[in-house]
Design a protein around this ligand. Sequence first.
Ligand code: SF4
Length: 347
Amino acid sequence: MTITQGFEDISNPLQQSALHKKGLCDYVINVASGCLHGCTFCYVPSTPVIRARQSHLKDKGVVDPQMDWGKYLLIRKDIPEKLESVLSRKRVWHESKAGRGVVLLCSGTDPYQNRQTADITRMVVEILLKYGKKVRILTRGLLWVNDLDILVHPNVTVGMSIPYSNDTLSRQIEPASPPPSLRMKALLEGYKAGCRLYIAAAPTPPQLTQDDFTQHLEKLLEFNPEVIFWEPINARGTNGKRMIAAGLDFMKSVINKKVWADSFIKQWHDIEMAADKVGCLEHLHIWPDQELSEFIEDKILKYWWDRPTIEQWSGYKNQTQKNSYRPNIKQYLDLDFTQNWSISTNR
Ligand code: SF4
């Protein structure tokens, strides 16, 4: 496989983000374009981060920025210097109810995928902490355990994406990422060091059952994560094509919008039941996709889009309370969507 590697400049590394709707952050910093993990389901190529920059990427030698996802990485090595300059001048800091003013590394690449991105990430975290910012790391990589000396900090939380515990399934779906067993070893290191941790148990393939979720959540609780985010695999842009090209035939079963919504709701219910069983329902944070609005009442979707996580960030008094109201997804199980909603099957 030919890999295109290089560097690129970016004028402002600190971008305001809509990911407060997932309870993740208000700002993102991406240390590179592209991601060598190249997970088959990855949504990033269908976001403006890639879609709106195709000609720039082609100029850098990337033949097809969509279908070649995983085969290119353009490092933004001047980010630390530029970030220092931006933060030294910045007077207004946006803090939404659910985003908490947090800065996420990264939303469009993996901050710890290799030595180069890890070095930049470390420098960026040091600068953010110097300016008193809250930092959220999200990775499938393992190199963050080398940075525990700075990551064990009340203003830093480290999250690993671990949708399932099965290494064989991971080889098929996210073949270039470290297997879940190694990700869990890294989490154990972080846990022992006293690092604040969270998990993105996402995105899950449609064949996972309530028993799978129960067993997986039981394992994840060993690391005492403050929050566990969840969503299933959603077909967006070219990711369905890339998954089918990778031989993941289960994707064919959820490429139709109605079936996808049905499957989403079933898994949502299953993981809530599993979380309740193992005693972590209060820590389970759902990421409902906007396209569910054809199938589920807006008030339920908005509940999750507006909701801060249960994580304890300093400076916030109105933290999400344990045992507070949570909408029940059970009412949507077994509904005949075709009679109640107009359906577009062109996903
Ligand atoms: S690690 Fe994250 S950004 Fe990289 S390919 Fe996988 S899902 Fe996409």
